[in-house]
Design a protein around this ligand. Structure first.
Ligand code: CUA
Length: 487
């Protein structure tokens, strides 16, 4: 009845195995690890790390005292022989019970005071004495991050630029499922929830590149949903803002960049915008992303588009695939050829028509893929002047309808016959004349621009943004005239 416990296996192999695993796991905790919360680079992360250390030491003392007492009692009062008698049994000791109720209560109060004050402090927004606040909207998508700078009308993806020593207030949301926004060294983590705005703020106190990561399981590529935070000096940050409103230089005709530009427009531009530098491009990209998403939701099996990262000035970025790989010609070629081999779960391969092949690889030649990569890496602020995003007036200038179409329509409409999100527009002038009795071709096209829901062509989804009247009467007239020339 009184058996002595003897382990049936030797502990030594288990220890030999566990020691390197423990060392490997603990190595992830060194402060210089990119996602360690111990090497902090901002006051919010620092406060949280200090709070962790405070609670850790309280827990360590409790652990040593409790475990020490358990071990002491187990050894001191162990059963020494079969002839030992059962000791005197007692039940209840008021003094002891009061003591071990009060001590934990005091410990929990000591932990709760700094914890709650920090939670409330960080939830109540940026204190007014912290200087000029930068506003950013961060949106989670399966499986990448979108960043919008509403005051600067800039939209980008997966790499967030912020100025050093300035508070940044984030509005966090999600387009699809629950994600979580986490920048271990600079800020804590807060969930990104669809249809529910959350908030977080942070200050980066050291210029440099920091890791961000989705911290809420959100599907197959959750672990590969990362981002970078680039903390710029104030001067570099202003240069970045300006650069984001400066068009890239046009590719030299006949160059690989020029060929890549055409291939990109034909194969990639339905989902990826790459030219959000001009006036009005910010609002337009927001509308288009929503339209892409609505189109995908309407038919998730067969959709040929889905919302995707904005690639404006991709050549200035450090990573691809949402922080997964260093960005360079080779990695980009690998990505375009077979994205899922780099990042399992990416929707790109499931939906883009160029991957509709038996082996799922891009329907493009090696040199075509290389040209697209060369073109994308060439996308950087050009030598022209930056535009003022807030100045949206084109008064007095002759209206370039081709440019208006390229900025506003080309993502969803081809000028040829092929279907994108919307119908191809070749021959629209002839078709429009007979579409709705009583409406001339001009009237039909104009009304379709101003009220996209009025005449939806069969087999298409009504996803066109409804605010194109903002283009103004003259621009819409010029656009109608241009559209009628498409054959
Ligand atoms: Cu997004 Cu996990």
């Amino acid at each position: 009845m009184h058996r002595v416990f003897k382990p049936s296996i030797s502990l030594r192999p288990a220890l030999l195995l566990l020691t390197p695993i423990a060392i490997a796991l603990l190595a992830a905790c060194t402060p210089d690890n990119a996602q360690s919360t111990f090497g902090t680079a901002g006051p919010i992360a620092e406060d949280q790390a200090n709070l962790f250390i405070f609670i850790f030491w309280i827990a360590a003392v409790v652990f040593v005292l409790v475990e020490g007492a358990v071990i002491y009692v187990s050894i001191r009062y162990r059963r020494r022989s079969d002839s030992d008698k059962l000791p005197h049994q007692t039940h209840g000791n008021t003094k002891l019970e009061i003591t071990w109720t009060i001590i934990p209560a005091i410990i929990l109060i000591a932990v709760a005071i700094p914890t709650l004050s920090q939670i409330w402090g960080q939830q109540s927004g940026v204190p007014s004495d912290q200087g000029e606040v930068l506003s950013v909207e961060a949106i989670g998508h399966q499986w990448w991050f979108e960043f919008r700078y509403p005051d600067h009308e800039i939209i980008t993806a997966n790499e967030l630029h912020i100025p050093v020593d300035r508070p940044v207030a984030f509005k966090l949301t999600s387009q699809d499922v629950i994600h979580s926004f986490w920048v271990p060294k600079i800020a804590g983590k807060v969930d990104m929830v669809p249809l529910n705005d959350n908030f977080i703020w942070m200050i980066g106190t050291e210029p440099g590149v920091f890791y961000g990561q989705c911290a809420e399981f959100c599907g197959i590529a959750h672990a590969h949903m990362r981002f970078r935070v680039i903390v710029d000096t104030e001067e570099d940050f202003q240069a970045w803002l300006n650069g984001m409103h400066t068009e890239p230089d046009a590719p030299t005709p006949g160059s690989p960049e020029a060929s890549g530009q055409q291939l990109f427009a034909a194969n990639c531009s339905s989902c990826h915008t790459n030219n959000s530098t001009g006036p009005g491009s910010y609002a337009q990209e927001i509308n288009i992303q929503q339209a892409r998403w609505n189109g995908w939701l309407a038919d998730t099996e067969n959709a040929s588009i889905v919302s995707a990262p904005n690639l404006t000035h991709l050549g200035d970025r450090l990573t691809l695939g949402a922080g997964l790989k260093d960005l360079n010609q080779d990695s980009l070629i690998g990505w375009i050829t077979d994205p899922s081999s780099v990042k399992i779960g990416t929707r790109m391969q499931l939906h883009a028509a160029i991957y509709d092949t038996p082996d799922g690889k891009a329907k493009l030649s090696t040199s075509e893929i290389s040209d697209i990569a060369t073109y994308l890496l060439s996308l950087k602020p050009g030598t022209g002047a930056a535009t003022d995003p807030v100045d949206d007036s084109s008064a007095g200038a002759a209206i370039d309808a081709v440019a208006v179409f390229a900025t506003n329509c080309v993502v969803c409409h081809s000028t040829a016959d092929d279907k994108k999100v919307g119908p191809g527009l070749a021959g629209i002038g002839d078709r429009a004349a007979t579409r709705v009795s009583g409406l001339s071709a001009d009237e039909y096209i104009e009304q379709s621009i101003r009220e996209p829901g009025a005449f939806v062509v069969p087999d298409f989804v009504a996803v066109m943004p409804t605010d194109f009247s903002k283009l103004g009467d003259d621009t819409i007239d010029a656009l109608v005239t241009y559209l009628k020339t498409l054959k």
